[in-house]
Design a protein around this ligand. Structure first.
Ligand code: ZN
Length: 500
């Protein structure tokens, strides 16, 4: 090994140790730090991330990337290290172009904006948040101009969350979904709603946790390489393939919600656990958001909202939560696919969820392409809500203030949720070509074969390939919304008796 490569690996190791400590503190803060202790953790996290950023953006690091990118070093590297040098250098160059005082100002403004957003949401007071949102829009716009001066601003934002993605591609995908799925939704709305009164009840929290553990194991989560915790909002955190943590949030009045959070986070976790362990401390473990979300949603929706998923395990659900003994599987199935218009994205069903994302994407484009300013956004939001879902929010808390993403400037993030769903349609068709009908596999309790397929085709590769490359290799084609549209039409025609 060359001296320069050794030095580079020492640097990667140093970065990894900072990451480990940052994640450890973040996990602690979100799962067990008492309210009065938050300050200590925020202090420590800020300190270590600041130190890490200093090293990552130092002249020395820049020099190292120059040296590693020179042909005499670069050409001798294996593919994983090549990727790590390439991505690392790109990030270094982008960060270097951002003036330090501007960056500091932006971080400070974003902390304030997030705090104000919390208060504004509580009070349903958009006027309070509006000037901060406008600041975040302006800061992010300038930041992208610094990072990629020659590239379209919104495309740079999209690329940050899903490498290689751009709005021309998303326009094509989302407009087709809108065209095909809004009429489907409208036909469903003409049909009677399923009766869900039998779900009202008091569900023991410990039993729900027992069910969580059971379902995670069932879908293939390795308990020797992960643990479960609790937090306000469910999330997955990976220290490495050997330590992947999931959290859940439980309610005494609703057991179904936590079941699906379990399966969703389980999908994220199985992906992380399945990454080739040789990739630790390289860029190959940093998976794009769209691809990550495709795996959580594959488990949650494609598998978990299929009646056959539950056939082998529904008896066990009733054993752990006796209330379910009185709910026939057919009724449970109708409820977990209960399509209805709702204001809140995170509470939406699988079909209308798509519209919530399309709405946010169109608004982001209006901001960064058409120069629409923050004052105009609530009206735009409400109009689009009416256009897509036929309902109009009564206040900003159930409208534009509901999500935190924009408050810290995370524009370009929302579309990845729906990209994940679109990839899922493609993966499902490719999988059925290899393994046969997924209904049969699920009904026969052969979910391990599905997980093994996903491991082989997707998980173990980590982020060695971009999403577009993965789709080309696994599905043999470019990204297309047609498979997921076929899936929705077939599924909801059966459930609601509409002709799609
Ligand atoms: Zn997710």
């Amino acid at each position: 090994m060359s001296e320069k490569l050794e030095q580079f690996q020492r640097y990667l190791n140093q970065m990894e140790q900072y990451r480990q400590i940052g994640e450890q503190m973040a996990w602690d803060m979100q799962t067990q730090t008492p309210k009065k202790g938050y300050g200590y953790k925020i202090d420590a996290i800020t300190y270590f991330s600041g130190e890490k950023f200093k090293i990552a953006t130092s002249e020395e690091t820049g020099k190292m990337y120059e040296e590693m990118s020179a042909p005499e070093e670069y050409d001798a590297l294996n593919d994983v290290m090549k990727l790590t040098v390439r991505r690392g250098k790109r990030e270094y160059d982008r960060n270097k172009r951002i003036p330090a005082d501007f960056y500091e100002e932006m971080v400070r403004a974003s902390n304030i904006s997030s705090k104000v957003w919390e208060e504004a949401k509580q009070k349903a007071d958009y006027d309070l948040f509006c000037p901060h949102l406008q600041k975040m829009i302006d800061f992010r716009r300038r930041c992208m101009e610094y990072m990629e001066p020659d590239k379209d601003i919104y495309d740079t934002m999209l690329d940050m969350y899903e490498e290689g993605m751009d709005s021309a591609t998303i326009d094509r995908l989302f407009s087709q979904m809108k065209e095909e799925l809004v009429p489907l939704f409208q036909k469903i709305m003409e049909k009677p709603e399923p009766d869900n009164r039998c779900f009202a009840g008091d569900y023991d929290i410990n039993s729900q946790k027992e069910l969580e553990a059971y379902l995670l194991s069932y879908i293939g989560f390795d308990k020797e390489a992960g643990v479960m915790g609790e937090s306000e909002h469910p999330f997955t955190m990976a220290f490495g393939p050997g330590d992947v943590r999931v959290t859940n949030h439980f309610s005494r009045h609703d057991a179904v919600d936590a079941m699906f959070s379990t399966i969703h986070e389980g999908g994220h976790a199985i992906f992380e656990q399945g990454i080739n362990p040789d990739y630790v401390k390289t860029a190959a473990v940093d998976i794009g958001m769209g691809m990550h979300e495709s795996q959580s949603r594959f488990y949650e929706n494609i598998l978990g909202r299929n009646i056959n998923f539950w056939k082998p395990v529904y008896g066990k659900v009733g054993e752990i939560l006796p209330q379910f003994q009185k709910i026939p599987l057919e009724v449970f199935f109708r409820e977990i696919n209960h399509v209805r218009p709702s204001f809140i994205r995170t509470a939406a069903d699988e079909l209308t969820y798509c519209f919530h994302i399309i709405l946010r994407y169109e608004i982001e484009k209006a901001i960064f392409r058409d120069g629409v300013n923050a004052e105009e956004l609530p009206a735009l939001w409400n109009d689009k809500m009416e256009e897509l879902l036929g309902i109009r929010p009564q206040n900003a808390a159930e409208g534009i203030l509901q999500d935190m993403h924009w408050s810290d400037g995370s524009f370009g993030y929302f579309p990845t949720y729906l990209l994940g769903t679109i990839y899922d349609g493609m993966f499902l068709e490719a999988m059925e070509k290899d393994l046969g009908n997924v209904d049969t596999l699920l009904a026969e309790g052969r979910i391990a074969e599905i997980t093994a397929w996903l491991h082989e085709k997707i998980h173990r590769h980590g982020s060695m390939r971009t999403a577009a490359e993965t789709l080309r290799e696994v599905c043999g084609q470019e990204v297309t919304a047609e498979p997921i549209i076929r899936y929705f039409k077939k599924k909801y025609a059966e459930i609601y008796g509409v002709d799609a």
